[in-house]
Ligand binder design. Structure first.
Ligand SMILES: C[S@@+](CC[C@H](N)C(=O)[O-])C[C@H]1O[C@@H](n2cnc3c(N)ncnc32)[C@H](O)[C@@H]1O
Length: 250
């Protein structure tokens, strides 16, 4: 099966599972990495709609077979691929359907180079979902390409590189497509409209979210952190319940 067909099947499985709410891991505190791909840190729960998250927890011989047809060879070794998918927690889930965790159950959310892959209405909904699942005082960190920097690069003459970067994104398939771009003002507005406070722009590997030495991987990105107010009424009374979590080795 070619990569595009695999991506289509992966998306269809994600859509079919959109409402699945299997049980919560017995792990505290809960920290979520949204649109993680295979960029993970110990103890975090990685939510992604892509093939990697779908394969997580399969027996290692199957992971090795999958690696050879996954198109990941250029990005990581077979050993690293098998290690990440065997020893880290993943939830295969399409985030346009929200975050499949209960209200106030999550301590921190990290998301790098993901929000630009969903439309602005979906991002608004996801930001509201992030507020809902975070505990009072919980922090979200969002890192996206800095559109102002891209425009400056374009004006400096790197026209093809900028346009190719925005429209070709970084891989094949629907999940690799960019669907929106942000500058600081727009990202602040997204977070503020969702109900977040304490919104601050952060430097590379500096901020309130833990494990940034492992998670923050791209210097030059636009990075914002924001907190769920310690006392606020949730805007959405929805309770999506509990997620499907693949445990290491399961
Ligand atoms: C550019 S990668 C970012 C990976 C990693 N966080 C990083 O910083 O390098 C974007 C990731 O978002 C995932 N993704 C895109 N759209 C998605 C969606 N609607 N639901 C869940 N994951 C999605 C893709 O599968 C991919 O793994």
């Amino acid at each position: 099966m070619n990569r595009e067909a695999l991506d289509t099947v992966t998306r269809l499985i994600g859509r079919a599972r959109a409402r699945q709410r299997p049980k919560l891991p017995e792990q505290e505190p809960i920290r979520l990495n949204l649109g993680s791909s295979l960029l993970v840190a110990p103890g975090w729960i990685n939510i992604d709609g892509g093939l990697g998250a779908l394969l997580a927890g399969l027996p290692q011989p199957l992971l090795r077979i999958a690696y050879r047809s996954s198109g990941m060879r250029e990005q990581m070794s077979e050993e690293a691929f098998v290690d990440v998918l065997s020893n880290h927690r993943f939830v295969h889930h399409d985030l346009v359907y929200g975050i499949p965790f209960p209200d106030g159950s999550v301590q921190a959310i990290f998301s790098s180079q993901f929000f630009e892959h969903i439309t602005h209405p979906h991002a608004e909904r996801l930001a509201a979902e992030a507020l809902r699942v975070l505990e009072p005082g919980g922090v979200i960190r969002i890192s996206v390409p800095d559109f102002v920097w891209l425009l400056e690069e374009f004006q400096r003459g790197a026209k093809r590189a900028v346009i190719d970067g925005i429209f070709s994104a970084d891989g094949s398939g629907e999940y690799a497509r960019h669907r929106y771009m942000y500058d600081e003002e727009m990202l602040v507005e997204l977070l503020r409209n969702a109900g977040f406070t304490d919104i601050t722009r952060c430097r590379f590997r500096e901020g309130r979210v833990p494990d940034l030495d492992v998670l923050d991987n791209r210097e030059g990105s636009l990075v914002m952190e924001a907190a769920r107010p310690r006392s606020n009424a949730l805007r959405s009374p929805k309770q999506p319940g509990q997620p499907r979590v693949s445990s290491p080795g399961s």
